[in-house]
Every structure is written in C-alpha cells, then in structure tokens.
Design a protein around this ligand. Structure first.
Ligand SMILES: C[S@@+](CC[C@H](N)C(=O)[O-])C[C@H]1O[C@@H](n2cnc3c(N)ncnc32)[C@H](O)[C@@H]1O
Length: 287
C-alpha cells in the first residue's frame, strides 16, 4: 500500500466517522508514528509502506476512528511551546487555557508564590514556572495518579524545583494564604450535559475533571467558600477558568466572598472564559 492510498482511504473513513480535520490528523499521526515528516509525505506520496509501517499506522488510525483523540493515542500533547505526557488519568489541557498564561503575564504581577488548584497534567503551573523562574508554586489535585504525571512533566520541563505537588481536596489543607496568584480551572460541566459531549471528551477525559455537578458550579462554590474561611496574608489575585455561560453566576459567588475588582476575560472565540478578582489581605481587629 502506498502512502497516498492509505491517506485517501482513511480520510474517507474518518470523515464518515464525523472527524472533520481528517487529512491533518492522519498526516500528524504518520509523522509521529512512522517518522515521515510532512514535507516528505507530500513529496514522496507514492512511497510504498513496509508491512510493519502499515500495521503501526493502521492501528493508530483505527483508534482515531473510534474517536480516541490524537493526544491520547500518542500519550502526549503540547501546551504553548512545550510538551506534556498524558495518560488515561490525566485531563488533556485545552488550547483555550493557553490564553490564561498571557493574561497573567499581562497583569505584570511579578508573582513569587502561586497556588494552582486542580493541576491535571501540570500545564498551567509548568507554563508559569517557565516564564517566572524565580517564582514558586503549589500545585494540587485530588487525583494522585494525575499528580504523578504532573510531577514527571515538571521534571521533563526543568521546573520541578519550583513546584510542590500536593494531593488534596480543593482548599482543605490550607490555613493562611500568602500566595500572590491563585488559579483554578475546575470541573465545570453540568452533570446532565456530559452524556451529550463528543466521545473524544466524555470517553477519554477523567470524569472527575469534567463533572461540575447539577449546575456546573459545585467546584467554584467549594473553592470560593474556602476563600471565605481562610486568612489572606497578601492581597491575592484569584483567577478561574469558567464555562462560556457561567460568568454571571461565578461573579456573584465571588462578590459574596468579598472578592473585589472582578473582571471577565474572553477567549479567541469571544466567549467569556476567565474571571479574575482580588481578595484583600485579611485585617483582624485587636479586640
Ligand atoms: C478541568 S481539569 C483542569 C486541569 C488543568 N488545570 C488544566 O487546565 O489543564 C480539573 C482538574 O481538577 C481536579 N479536581 C477535581 N476535583 C478536585 C478536588 N476536589 N480537589 C482538587 N482537584 C480536583 C481534576 O482531577 C482535574 O485535574
């Protein structure tokens, strides 16, 4: 079988399975699995594939045909300009989330201590530690296996020294807050919506990283309630990623927790995607 005939065959099959960007995905898998770069795939399209090459690539393409995302087939993904390992226990970071890093850079905060709640693959924390080499970070998750992957990703990207990974339930173990920046991209999908998500999401991202409860707000409520109960030693900037229709509800929860200067940021599709606020240093009376 030639490269060209394999590509044609699978473009048809993947399109039929509802995968729109079939050609692009096939070429990427060919490059990653049998090591033929994109240029050579075009120049040498009559290349005859060896039996072994054919088996390897067909195996991967058949997985894609079953709607397994490419990053799951390859067990890796890229976030901004670096690579992350993934496995079945780790949420695959999304393109939209990359913008959060730019928002933080543009705030000119010069952070020295960051807390990330629900770090997943470690994408956000690792990106920030690469940008702020003098900064330290505590990155948490309730999923111990995911934390192990995040730890490996931090090592691979040379920022392990800056990050402390802790397995805990949202803010349960924290007493005082001396962080400049607190970040969370928690599970925010309404439970009843999960069944209608694309198979790439509902079958491959861990459910604990998706399910935000009946109204999608459970995690925000728990985290924000935690803020009310803690003592803030510095003024802290708090940033959440949110579902596109959750800005008003999360804003109200933040106001109730006396979080000030609330601002919503939109993503490249003009959807409300991030919400930021400032929690002032706690002042205690002497009485
Ligand atoms: C939507 S994923 C985001 C992962 C990563 N921050 C990112 O943006 O790619 C949500 C993460 O929150 C974690 N999580 C869910 N419930 C949690 C809890 N009660 N305490 C801490 N982390 C939790 C999940 O395991 C998952 O890694």
């Amino acid at each position: 079988m030639t490269l060209k005939s394999l590509v044609h065959l699978y473009v048809k099959k993947l399109n039929k399975a509802g995968i729109a960007s079939a050609q692009k995905e096939i070429r990427l898998l060919i490059r990653e699995i049998i090591g033929i770069n994109l240029e050579n795939q075009i120049i040498d399209e009559d290349l005859l594939l060896s039996k072994n090459q054919k088996i390897l690539i067909q195996e991967a393409l058949n997985r894609r045909l079953n709607r397994e995302p490419i990053n799951r087939i390859l067990n890796k993904t890229t976030f901004r300009d670096f690579e992350l390992s993934l496995n079945r226990n780790t949420f695959a970071p999304r393109k939209e989330t990359e913008l959060l890093i730019d928002i933080i850079i543009n705030l000119n905060l010069e952070p020295n201590k960051i807390l990330e709640l629900g770090t997943g693959s470690g994408a956000i924390s690792i990106a920030l530690m690469r940008i702020f080499p003098k900064c330290e970070c505590i990155s948490t998750d309730i999923n111990q296996i995911s934390l192990k992957t995040a730890n490996q990703n931090a090592r691979k990207n040379n920022v392990l020294k800056q990050i402390n990974f802790i397995c805990c339930n949202w803010l349960d173990i924290f007493v005082n807050f001396d962080f400049n920046v607190i970040i969370a991209n928690p599970p925010y999908i309404k439970s009843e919506v999960i069944e209608s998500l694309d198979p790439e999401v509902k079958c491959y991202d861990p459910i604990i990283s998706l399910d935000g409860g009946k109204y999608g707000l459970d995690s925000y409520k728990k985290i924000i309630l935690g803020f009310v109960q803690k003592r803030f030693i510095n003024n802290s900037v708090i940033i959440f990623e949110i579902g596109h229709d959750q800005a008003e509800e999360v804003k109200n929860l933040m106001k109730e927790a006396k979080i000030m200067k609330i601002k919503v940021f939109r993503d490249y599709s003009n959807q409300a995607r991030f919400i930021l606020g400032v929690k002032k240093k706690t002042v205690f009376s002497d009485k």
